[in-house]
Write a new protein. Structure first.
Lengths: 278, 248
């Protein structure tokens, strides 16, 4: 039995892939807690799509796609924050405009680069076989920055999430904190790009955090639980992907989803399901 | 008690895109007083509180506050489903003293506990805030404001629709803060509450109609000017007639 666990580890690509999904679970779990608590799923979705042109450009230029995604993701995060600051464009509208436009730009770029069209699937769905040493170093650094920043700014970010008006009254730079949070979400997306792919990252931001929220009423506990669930889903999903020869991103996301429904149904069955927010 | 006022509002005008919320408001708020901010809907009560807080920019005029400012918001924030306990929320009042990148020290946790006890929420400190009733939530927000230890405390409609223990907790604590020399400004629809509990009343209807002790500021002539024809004398007690703002 044990060889099911150890055999895949003989392959370098599998070792790297495992490290990559653990980074993904950590970064997405911690940042995803704020995505879930603040209802930012739409923004998260927008950011994941918006990084696409950055990925395409970096890929065509032979650079790390993570660097390209990072640059474009941070610019888009700032754009969403600035556009939605004024009253004339609602946040949803600002996101809708930017997210579709950025993705369209990526599509146009890919279509103009005939030589790369066969790589579109890899760009959109990730390629666990293609995780390079550079990718791992970048993903690790981004994870440290994202998780570290949350650890340092947790009390301010939680205050803004709970009571924006009070945060403003206490003279906190609420807009800057929003911008930082969006930037950190972009960072978590970048971490996940290689292993999970552009389209499915959103699930890693939302599903483990939503599962963790079902399990605890403490913020920090929720963040750690989300990180643990995300990382564990990544490892389990990767083994499933290896042995059944299915796409790694999809396997990881479906594992996380299965965990969510297992917890949800167990609580419903035991009658412990809390009533919704009043 | 110092001679200089706690806050000075001079010629304050706040205009939004579609309307003028405040017009040439001038007030001096003394130390050690509970001040009621009374007026009909749209009178600019919340706008005046926000101007004192500094979150609304004056179109003209100025607001000067001597000391720190604390705040209890109106309906309260939207994030009650967040995984935070009552103690976590009370502790938020200490964040500015604690500073960036640091956790509140044990002394601040003690302050938060004491504040929760003062509003009668001591035994609920560890409960998730979403599980608390409306009145309990208002008391948590008051506890947070107490932890701020502000010189000027602004409360937006804290007693409207409050249950009896909540109303009592607010009134007792406001009186205590007044006795400590702090200045408390409370916006309210409740004329009876303002008459009974406030040292001074500012009657507001876009501009200041009257400012003084309740007996003067809430007399029939002033109320008629602020509310139009809505004030009715019922057995010597002035109440608001239409629009559902019945005084009880």
């Amino acid at each position: 039995m044990l060889h099911y666990l150890t055999d895949p580890l003989q392959f370098t690509f599998m070792q790297r892939a495992l490290v990559a999904v653990v980074f993904t679970g950590l970064a997405c779990g911690v940042l995803g807690s704020y995505v879930v608590l603040r209802g930012l799923a739409f923004i998260g979705d927008a950011l994941t799509h918006a990084v696409f042109p950055g990925v395409v450009i970096a890929f065509a230029a032979g650079q790390s796609v993570l660097l390209g995604a990072l640059a474009v993701g941070l610019v888009t995060a700032a754009g969403i924050a600035v556009l939605s600051r004024g009253r004339r464009v609602s946040e949803d509208t600002a996101i809708g405009i930017l997210f579709a436009a950025m993705f369209a730009l990526g599509v146009v770029l890919v279509s103009s680069l005939a030589a790369y069209q066969k790589d579109v699937a890899e760009l959109l769905f990730g390629n666990i076989l293609g995780v390079s040493g550079t990718d791992l170093v970048l993903a690790g650094a981004a994870t440290v920055v994202a998780v570290g920043a949350i650890a340092l700014l947790n009390k301010e970010l939680a205050l803004v999430a709970f009571d924006r008006e009070m945060a403003e009254a206490m003279r906190y730079p609420v807009f800057v904190l929003d911008l930082v949070l969006l930037g950190l979400i972009a960072l978590a997306i970048v971490v996940s790009l290689r292993a999970i792919g552009n389209i499915l990252v959103l699930a890693m931001l939302v599903t483990p955090a939503a599962t963790a929220r079902l399990l605890t009423d403490r913020l920090v506990t929720m963040q750690w639980a989300a990180a643990a669930i995300g990382a564990a889903s990544g490892i389990v999903g990767l083994y499933i992907s290896f042995w059944w020869n299915v796409a790694s991103g999809g396997a990881v996301v479906l594992t996380a989803t299965a965990v969510f429904f297992a917890v949800f149904l167990a609580q419903a069955a035991s009658g412990a399901l809390r009533p919704g927010p009043g | 008690m110092a001679d200089a006022p706690r806050a000075v509002v001079e010629g304050l005008t706040v205009a939004f895109a579609d309307r003028r919320a405040l017009d040439d408001v001038s007030l001096e708020l003394p130390h050690g007083a509970v001040i009621g901010l009374i007026g009909p809907n749209g009178a600019g009560k919340t706008t005046l509180l926000r101007a004192l807080l500094g979150t609304v920019r004056p179109s003209a005029g100025s607001v000067r506050v001597d000391g720190t400012t604390g705040f209890v918001p109106q309906i309260g924030p939207g994030g009650w489903d967040l995984p935070l306990s009552a103690a976590d929320v009370a502790l938020q009042g200490s964040y500015r003293r604690t500073g960036w990148l640091r956790r509140p020290p044990p002394g601040e946790h003690d302050r938060a506990r004491a504040a929760l006890a003062a509003v009668g929420m001591g035994e609920h400190a560890r409960r998730q805030v979403g599980q608390l009733s409306g009145g309990q939530r208002q008391r948590i927000l008051l506890a947070r404001a107490l932890v701020q230890e502000a010189d000027l405390l602004l409360l937006d409609e804290p007693v409207s629709g409050a249950d009896a223990p909540t109303e009592a907790a607010f009134s007792n604590i406001l009186a205590r803060l007044r006795d400590e020399g702090r200045t408390v400004v409370v916006s309210s629809h409740d004329l009876a509450w303002a008459s009974a509990r406030c040292d001074l009343v500012c009657l507001l209807a876009g501009r200041v109609i009257a400012f003084g002790p309740p007996a003067e500021a809430l007399d029939a002539a002033c109320l008629a000017r602020a509310y139009g024809g809505q004030v009715v004398d019922v057995g010597g007690v002035l109440v608001l007639a239409p629009e559902g703002h019945h005084a009880h």
